[in-house]
Design a protein around this ligand. Structure first.
Ligand code: MBD
Ligand code: FE
Length: 291
């Protein structure tokens, strides 16, 4: 037999597979697949799975794929609960200190939410404890950024995003896009976010259960803040009184993103007119880095 390629053995398994790649393929693809094969084989050699265990793994991944549709992205959840989403995020956003830190996007962002005027309430179902969030968007030198977009989304007070309860919640409940004024200022009304479980009726939820892990995310409000010429930041704020801050199911909590939620004991005045005591207030500034 004329042997251009080595026959497969347990010892040379990585080389046997990686040598089969063509000579003129995409170099990045070569780098990625060499690494994946090397690490996957190392894991299999360490684990020494039985056939049954390997089949169970394949079935797990198959069920995960079958759980995916427009609003159920089980593979995103798997990446999230294994810390991979936060790791990819960290690698791609090594921001200078002072800039707003990024965190996980999650599966429930919907582009093209309604554009609202300053002060608008994004809560359309009337549930929850009233909250006003306001502050400024600035660059790392402290200069205000006018015309920045603040895209905000969160669950309702029952712990579901609008897209998880189509027909039950009003369309675009707890979503909106605000624009900063000449001073870089923004302000909107909403409700205090509450902790809620990530969808846990699928294979990822079952895995969490078997690992002795709960599916709860720390309460949060999502933001994407963007402006012409600046790196957009995908981020959250967290209320400081949530019991899951140190055990967020998807590892999204960062110290710098825990906000001061103040209680207001007098009715709102001026532009907070109509907010009846008690209500919550968060002053929160975003700092963007130049692209
Ligand atoms: C969420 O709401 C979320 O923000 C993330 C990161 C994962 C699952 C559900
Ligand atoms: Fe979320």
């Amino acid at each position: 037999m004329v042997a251009n390629y080595p026959l497969f053995t347990e010892e040379n398994s990585v080389e046997a597979v990686n040598m089969r790649m063509g000579g003129d393929i995409d170099p990045r693809l070569r780098e990625i697949m060499s690494s994946i094969v090397r690490h996957l084989h190392a894991a299999v050699k360490e684990i020494e799975p039985t056939h049954e265990e390997w089949l169970a793994a394949i079935e797990f991944l198959t069920r995960t794929g079958q759980m995916c549709d427009e609003w159920r992205q089980e593979f995103i959840l798997l990446s999230d609960v294994l810390g991979v989403s936060m790791l990819v995020d960290a690698i791609n956003h090594r921001r200078p200190s002072g800039a707003t830190e990024n965190t996980i996007l999650g599966p429930f962002y919907v582009p093209e939410a309604p554009r609202y005027a300053r002060g608008t309430n994004v809560c359309l179902d009337g549930k929850g404890e009233p909250l006003v969030v306001g502050g400024f968007v600035r660059d790392t030198d402290g200069n205000p950024i006018e015309g920045a977009l603040i895209d905000v989304w969160q669950t309702n007070d029952d712990g579901f995003y609008d897209v998880q309860q189509k027909g039950t919640q009003p369309d675009w409940n707890l979503r909106g896009v605000f624009t900063t004024d000449g001073e870089g200022g923004y302000r909107f009304r909403s409700v205090k976010p509450r902790n809620y479980p990530i969808p846990d009726d699928g294979p990822v939820g079952k895995l969490l259960g078997r690992l002795g892990r709960h599916p709860n995310r720390a309460a949060h409000i999502h933001f994407i803040v963007s402006a012409e010429g600046y790196d957009p930041v995908v981020t959250h704020i967290f209320p400081p009184d949530c019991q899951y801050l140190d055990q967020d199911a998807v590892f999204g909590v960062k110290d710098s993103l825990i906000a001061d939620f103040r209680t207001r004991q007098e009715d709102g005045v001026g532009e907070d007119e109509g907010l009846n005591a008690p209500y919550w207030q968060v002053d929160w500034d975003f700092v963007l880095t130049k692209r």
